[in-house]
Design a protein around this ligand. Sequence first.
Ligand SMILES: [Cu+2]
Length: 157
Amino acid sequence: MTLSRRTVAGLAALGSLALLHPLSAQPAGLTVEQPWARAALQGGTGGAFLTIRNAGSQPDRLLSASTPLARVTEIHETVREGDISRMRPIQALEVPAGGSVTLQPGGAHVMMVGLSQALRPGTTLPLTLTFERAGAVQVQVAVQGAGASAPAAHHHH
Ligand SMILES: [Cu+2]
């Protein structure tokens, strides 16, 4: 199906309404895949990782992230200075039209500072991502082991 420019603009306008309803379903065109986080201690700092896919014809930008479990939630990038990797907050993360961006260890990530409870493997935590066009998107982040470097396959016992 091909969307006219008018239809796409209409969808974008609908997406912005999601700001008023943070618990609404993911907007058309933008999907968040495989959100996961590393286990972390209460009072500590945790990293969350995920892939954002934009099937729409307009670029979008991730502006902020939040979870009720952290005092502060920031979007970080990792910069390499010689042999040293450092993290620093970024204002926005571009998600290209028809493309995707992956937040992963060693790269961009969501940083949760001041956790009100421990992140235990096998549990999930709610995370709200706010986009410039698509508005608020809430996802459930699966907690993996502290040494995990990629999202695990789902196991059902
Ligand atoms: Cu960080």
